[in-house]
Design a protein around this ligand. Structure first.
Ligand code: HOZ
Length: 423
């Protein structure tokens, strides 16, 4: 495969953009090659600027559950765009999305739209603090909740990929209020509640961790978090930026039968456009301005074009439960193929349409086990897959995302390529 134009664009970009990219993992630094620059996408494929074609398991890191350039979404977006791109004033489509989300995720009675997952979690935490009158929060090592100051502490995703789980530029005072627990370890959570009695506002968790690679909750973990937070009058925040509308129409909450107090959303909620949201019980959300005293605002929040993309995507998911069955079947087929290929050399974790193959013989259940992975081996596998037309996330510590546009033939082709890999 030739990547000449991608290389040219990368050199040019590096002159004007830090590292040549607008989000660090895209620079491919962890996988020992330069990034490919994308020209366009259609269905389950992306095409780079050199004309190479790939089966896409990144799908913009999750939003494109219906695939690239979905006709229904494009048509709805074009109509909305023709009416004007932004008004900074309320539009009718905003309540339609809000109403639909409250139907799909019953723990959400009221919801506020923002522009990204980062903004959603940052705002949700402010509300949790305002509602409880407490300052501390508990987060899990290796979970990623966006790049706001207080959450870039032992963070996953790009921070983990770059081996810098703590960011420079975060005043120690901010991070002081972020208490750290181990994913899948309830004792570590209980200890913090014992030590910081009546001081913890909320526990924030990815119900399926997907930013240290995919790490499912062990049986009883989410139930335990629900119990501990209730016993201590603290709120449980589910960060469903990745899992929301992906693992089920009602997200991880539906899949595991646990209701959060506040849920944060992103990715799929925007159908490919920049949207985030946070929502929860009425009395919590009524704390948000202008009803309440917790301030949060945004010129482009609830943008009508983005809302239309989200509404079309969410309606499609709600009306077509078969999508989740198809995703499960494709995921199961790929999981079986990966397990057969790697055997004891890798730990393959999957929940529905998100999956990771960790290059370690350990069972990956948390940050400590995730980092036993051989990232050199991952890099070699990544480069092989890319050169053979399979585009996966360029980091051991991110997820593979499947879309409904992924065809059975392309799953078979992926398995064929995988089976050709020399261990
Ligand atoms: N941190 C994002 C994935 N968890 C990467 C987003 C991007 O580079 O677009």
């Amino acid at each position: 495969m030739k990547h000449e134009r991608s290389s040219e664009l990368f050199e040019l970009s590096k002159k004007y953009i830090p590292g040549g990219v607008n989000s660090p993992v895209r620079a491919f630094r962890a996988v020992g090659c330069d990034p490919v620059f994308i020209d366009h996408g259609k269905g389950d494929r992306v095409f780079d600027v050199d004309g190479n074609e790939y089966i896409d398991y990144v799908t913009s890191w999750g939003p494109l559950i219906l695939g690239h350039a979905n006709e229904m979404v494009l048509e709805a977006v074009s109509k909305a765009a023709a009416k004007g791109l932004t008004f900074g004033a309320p539009t009718g489509v905003e309540y339609e999305v809000a109403e639909l989300i409250t139907e799909m995720i019953p723990s959400i009675e009221k919801i506020r739209m923002v522009n990204s997952g980062t903004e959603a979690v940052m705002s949700a935490i402010r509300v949790a603090r305002g509602y409880t009158g407490r300052d501390y929060i508990v987060k899990f090592i290796g979970c990623y909740h966006g790049h706001s100051d207080g959450l870039l502490v032992k963070a996953g995703s790009g921070a983990m990929t770059e081996s810098k789980p703590d960011s420079a530029g975060v005043p120690s005072g901010y991070a002081e209020y972020t208490l750290l627990a181990d994913y899948n370890d309830l004792d570590s959570v209980q200890k913090l509640f014992d030590e910081y009695k009546d001081k913890i506002a909320a526990v924030v968790v990815e119900p399926v961790a997907a930013n240290m690679g995919v790490v499912p909750p062990l049986p009883g973990f989410l139930e335990g978090l629900r119990r501990i937070t209730e016993e201590n009058d603290a709120l449980l925040i589910f960060d469903e930026v990745i899992t929301g509308f992906r693992l089920a129409a009602g997200g991880a909450q539906q899949l595991y039968g646990i209701q959060a107090d506040i849920t944060t959303l992103g990715k799929i909620i925007g159908g490919g456009m920049p949207v985030g949201a946070y929502g929860g019980r009425k009395e919590i959300m009524d704390k948000v301005a202008p009803t309440g005293s917790v301030y949060q605002a945004g010129t482009l929040s609830g943008n009508p074009v983005a809302m239309t993309a989200g509404l079309t995507t969410l309606r499609t998911l709600k009306d077509n439960p078969g999508i989740y069955e198809r995703l499960e079947a494709k995921g199961a087929k790929l999981e079986a193929a990966y397990k057969a290929k790697f055997g004891d050399r890798a730990c393959v974790n999957r929940v529905g349409s998100i999956m990771s193959a960790f290059f370690t013989p350990e069972k990956v259940i948390d940050y400590d086990t995730a980092v036993t992975s051989n990232t050199e081996a991952f890099g070699r596998y990544f480069r092989y897959m890319l050169e053979n037309g399979i585009y996966i996330a360029p980091s051991q510590f991110e997820a593979m995302f499947m879309s409904d546009a992924l065809t059975d033939e392309d799953v078979d082709r992926t398995i064929e390529v995988l089976n050709g890999y020399e261990l």
